[in-house]
Design a protein around this ligand. Sequence first.
Ligand SMILES: C=C(O[C@@H]1C=C(C(=O)O)C=C[C@H]1O)C(=O)O
Length: 371
Amino acid sequence: MIQDEFFKRIVTQYQSNLPFVAYRKPNRQEVNAFIQKTDDLFFSEDYSEIGFVFAPFDDNEKSVLIPLEHSEILTADYQVSDIAKTSGVFKASDASEKENHINLVKKGIQGIEHEKFKKVVLSRSESAHLKENNPVVIFKRLLNNYPSAFVYCWFHPKVGLWLGATPETLIKIEGAQFSIMALAGTQSYNGTLNVKWQEKEKQEQQYVTDFITENLKPAVERLTVSDTETVKAGNLVHLKTMITARLKSHVPLKQVIDALHPTPAVCGVPKLAAKQFILEHENYNRSFYTGFLGELNMEKTARPRSGKRNIENRAYAMAKKSTQLYVNLRCMQIKDENAIIYIGGGITESSNPENEWQETVEKSLVMKNIL
Ligand SMILES: C=C(O[C@@H]1C=C(C(=O)O)C=C[C@H]1O)C(=O)O
């Protein structure tokens, strides 16, 4: 399909008030979309379904599904286009927003001092008036500006409209082989990846890696952990470690997702105490921010390796299921004429509240810069 037709179909779907998701995977040229045929609201029961899943932060709430069987799939090659930036009008964050966030961070640090948890990720939201409410234009700006992110625009008339450009993979599974990213620690990008990390950042990222490896152990074999490296995400850099393994046979995907989500990259350690603190103290509903989204159990058409003409091998290769889920960060919800931007950061015992505030200001620019 050509690009113009792809976007025309998205616009028609949105104007008809019908559900869709349009997205582009990191470093790919191809844009994809699920166009749901009715406005039914479907949920995933146990992550065994096939489709596109959109899950909230709170794992006690339901995950929305755009099922493959009720959708048309669109694909096009995306060429970067010239889209003027001008729509968003942001007021400078007022003193009370800053004070509230600093007080929240202080409470988090006290929680750590009282040994309720070792790390907690605390967040806030900020709202901006949009001069022009056109999700497809905003989506294109995200595509143009963040080629290495998972970029998406998700809409359901009974749920809402969300857009984002996330640097973080939750889990990628192909057949039995899977990989997970442990991402945390933040600095602004100053033209080089050769940066020095403080102990605080190394520690908060190590918590994520340790949590993932510990929690996965019962479900996997041949687990390997990569070296930790610095990666760029928009105007920021983070610390990243990749964990790869093979899923033991008969382990359902739900068991893996329940063990991981929400990870300490977006919640904390221990998970339950940190989550309870977040739900009690953040004072707003994260909704789908720090949840996850992506393709669920899609069939991957893998070509059999050359030289292998054996039919059985070919059938096996064709049947490979692929799941690619991303953490919903650097995102916003569009409601009426406003964009609500969601931002947060990891708090440890050595956090400085003023710096944590500044980190959320810098993270908010990933969305603000394209509005
Ligand atoms: C919570 C966010 O980001 C997460 C927290 C990070 C940190 O604390 O340094 C870094 C990357 C993400 O895992 C966010 O962007 O809102």
